[in-house]
Structure formats: C-alpha cells, structure tokens
Design a protein around this ligand. Structure first.
Ligand SMILES: *Cc1c(COP(=O)(O)O)cnc(C)c1O
Length: 462
C-alpha cells in the first residue's frame, strides 16, 4: 500500500453500510434517447404486448421488461432482506495485483462470488422467484448452461418455497455433476437438455443425435415445459432487460462505495455473456454519461470463440434455438450458432442484451475479445496474487483489466480501473484441469463458421 493511499485511508475492501444499500434498482433505459427496440412476437413479428407475454413470463416481470421510462424501480422489502444475507458485495482494491504488475494504475473489483451459488446471478434469481411467488404460481422453469443461474434460482426458490425445474445443457450436466447436485440439494429438478420431455427437445435430438446441447436449445425446452406444466412460468438469468435492471444493484453499490471515498473510475470493464453483469455494473455510470454529467470508458469483454458484439450482427433474432421465444434486436451470431466444443470459458450465448446492444451500436461502449488460454493465464495469475479463485467468465474481465494496468505501467498513467469479478471458479475445475495439463486450445471461428449462424437470422421488416 503506498503512503498516499494510506493517507486517504482507502480500505482493502469497501463495504457500504446496510443503511446505504440501494432501495431501488436503476433502469438505464429511462436515460437513453434511443430506446432498445421492442421484443417481437415470433409468429406475427409484431411488437410483443403485455398480454402476449403473459403466458410465458410473470406479470410484474413483464412490466419491468417493457418499462423504458421509469428511472428507479423500488426493490421490495422481502428482496432487500434476502440481499442482506449476502450483500453488500465488497468493492476490493487489488493492492497485491497492482504491486505485482508494477503498475501506477489503481485497480478495483466488485466481487459477486460471496454467496453459495457463487455468482451475481442470485441478484436476479431472488427477484424473479419473488414475483413468481407473489403471483401465486406453483413454480418456475429455466435453463442453465454452466450451472450458475440454475444454482442461483434453485437457492432463491428454496428460500421462497417455489418449485424449480432446470433444463441443463447436456455437456454441463455431464461435466459438472457437482453443480447439478447443488441444485438438487436446493430441491430443484434437473433435466439434461436436449431431452425427450419436450417436443423441441425430441426434434433437436432427432436432427442431431448425440448433441451436447446449447443454451438456446435448453431455453426452448424450459419455455415449452412451463406451458405444459400449467401454473408455472419461465424465467431467464441473462439477456433480458429485467435481468439487467435487477443487476443494477452491482453498479449502484459500487457507485455509492466509490463516491464515499471520492474515487472515480476511468475505465470500467466487465465480461459479457448475455450482458447482465456488465449492464448492471455500468448502469449508474453509463447513466451519468448519457446525461452528460461524467465520462467513462466502458469495455465489454467476450470470448474470441463466441464474439457477439465484435463480430455479430445488430439485428432481430430469436433468443432460442427453437424459435419460440420473442425476437430481440441485439448483437447476435444467430440463434443457430453453437460455440466450438473446446470452448470451456463460459459466456457461450449467441446474443447480447438489447440495451447494451443499442449502446454499443451508438458508440457509448467498446468491446474486445480474448482467447481462452489468455483468460486462464490471467485467472491463474489473479488466483495466486489476490487469493480468489475466479470463475472463467469473470477472468475475461481480469485479463483486460490486467492488460490495461500493464499499459499504464508503460505510459506511466495513474488510471483507475474498475472491473466486475462476477463469481468463483470452484465448479470449473475441469476447465482449470485442462489448462493446467496444457490441453486447452484456442478456437476462433472463421467467417465461414459465422456465416452459418447469420444465414439463420429471420427477416424482419418493421
Ligand atoms: C453467467 C455468468 C456470467 C455471464 O452472464 P452475464 O449475463 O453476461 O453477466 C459471467 N460470470 C459469471 C460468474 C456467470 O455465472
């Protein structure tokens, strides 16, 4: 710790007090001049109305999904009480990392891995489960890829006494038995996807026997299952605007903590799968930028093997492989895109949240890609220096934060870098094992690979 920092008394970890915890989520759309494009009905290709969405989603969540104007949406007391079990999340000054990198940059990370489900996904899981319960539903269905969302939702549903059915991408189901068992321990029913339990699943199995599945396909199955079960609705852990709204808790807490110590980040970095943690972290800062009150550099980091922002098209696309979910206008690789099987770093979804897609389209944020071996190098470096074993997803952000700090070493600039450390990697040891054995490879899809996904984009003339 430098003498100057000692004087400013910036603690290693900043926890805001319970009284200072946000009482409302921040809806970034309210400050956007150009709103994200509306969701479209997959059959009529007309904008989805509240009534169109009611068979699939919970009523209150639809209102949040469609609300482009209310800047602050109150967090119900029950959700705030649950948040208090594992929040505030610490904002950590990475003193050890700075010293090891010999950088004049100041590095902060917001750590979301301090709950049993292991990631930020619990922030939205509890909100979605709460509104489902309040509506009197019997349960919810969902999909999970790497397993964090399913775990978070299982935990939230157990707390509220709701039934939880999880369609888990088959490769993960087989490679991550411990994730699966955590979900079952919390009382969820877990089915490998594609499965024989749905029409979509059976169709995909007939076409691609032996497939390891994909998120888009598991989504289709979960949506169909919710319809078949009756008093159930489907919930989703990323991509949707409501999820980004709930995740604004990350950025709001961070902003409060930084303001208390007079810290202003120059660069804000987050990994991007469907965009929820990144969107949540940057929300209040981006709000300031949109209102012309402050400026920041925002960097989305995605895997080179699933480059939705950097190589995707900004177009209407299906959110799922089965093409039964609404269409969203977003940066997408096409709903038929399935990342290479050697990709173990998470963040495998083909599309990106519509709010972030719109902002990226307008130049308010940057995006970059990293290869998975570079990501795991950074993960291991970080684990050895800062002690935390990071999730592979989070390590995309670590990689770029370290790269930016190294640039500062070269230029001598004392920039303040903030990144989102979204979770822990305890359940990702198969991927770490591959890396430690030197068996991890990088795969970057060629333009011809991406063309296959783009060919499946629907034609939408609005
Ligand atoms: C799901 C997940 C992500 C990516 O999802 P986003 O919606 O893009 O935030 C990142 N990190 C962890 C640990 C996750 O579980």
């Amino acid at each position: 710790m430098s003498a100057q920092d000692m004087k400013k008394e910036i603690p290693y970890k900043i926890y805001i007090s319970e009284n200072d915890m946000p009482k409302a989520w921040y809806n970034l759309r309210a400050d956007m001049k150009n709103k994200p494009a509306p969701l479209l009905n997959p059959e009529t290709l007309q904008p989805m109305t509240y009534d169109d969405l009611r068979p699939v989603f919970c009523d209150e969540l639809i209102k949040q999904e469609l609300d482009d104007t209310t800047p602050y949406i109150e967090i119900p007391d029950e959700i705030r009480s649950f948040y208090k079990m594992y929040r505030p999340a610490p904002l950590v000054r990475a003193y050890c990392l700075e010293e090891k990198l010999q950088t004049p940059a100041k590095i902060y990370y917001k750590f979301e891995g301090n709950n049993t489900s292991g990631s930020h996904k619990l922030n939205s899981a509890i909100a979605q489960a709460y509104y489902a319960k309040k509506q009197g539903l019997d349960g919810v269905t969902t999909e999970t890829g790497a397993g964090q969302w399913g775990t978070a939702l299982s935990m939230a549903c157990a707390y509220l006494g709701l039934d939880c059915r999880v369609y888990m991408v088959k490769v993960s189901y087989e490679q991550k038995p411990f994730r699966r068992e955590v979900m079952r321990t919390y009382g969820a029913q877990v089915t490998p996807s594609p499965s024989e339990t749905t029409e979509v699943g059976r169709a995909i199995l007939a076409k691609h026997p032996g497939t390891g599945g994909s998120l888009g396909c598991a989504i289709s199955e979960a949506v169909e299952a919710a319809g078949n079960l009756g008093n159930y609705r489907y919930v989703l852990g990323s991509v949707l605007n409501q999820v980004m709204l709930h995740q604004s808790i990350i950025g709001l807490e961070t902003k409060i903590a930084m303001d208390q110590y007079g810290i202003k980040p120059d660069i804000i970095i987050g990994c991007a799968g469907g965009g929820s943690n990144l969107g949540g972290l940057i929300a209040p800062f981006m709000g300031e930028k949109l209102r012309g009150e402050a400026d920041y550099r925002f960097i989305a980091v995605e895997p080179a093997s699933c480059p939705s922002f950097t190589r995707g098209k900004f177009a209407y696309d299906y959110c799922d492989t089965g093409m039964i979910c609404p269409l969203a206008k977003m940066h997408t690789l096409g709903s038929g895109f399935i990342p290479a099987p050697n990709h173990s770093g998470g963040l495998r979804y083909h599309g990106m949240n519509p709010i972030l897609s719109q902002l990226y389209h307008e130049g308010y944020m940057e995006a970059t890609t990293v290869k998975q071996t570079e990501v795991f190098e950074a993960a291991e470096y970080f684990a050895r220096v800062e002690g935390i074993l990071p999730a592979p997803e989070s390590s995309h952000a670590i990689r770029v934060a370290m790269d930016e700090a190294i640039k500062c070493r070269e230029t001598g600039e004392e920039k303040t870098i903030l990144f989102g450390l979204t979770g822990t990697g305890y359940f990702d040891m198969v991927a770490y094992e591959k890396f430690n054995n030197g068996a991890m490879t990088d795969y970057i899809p060629g333009d011809e690979d991406l063309a296959v996904g783009f060919a499946g984009l629907p034609e939408v003339n609005l």
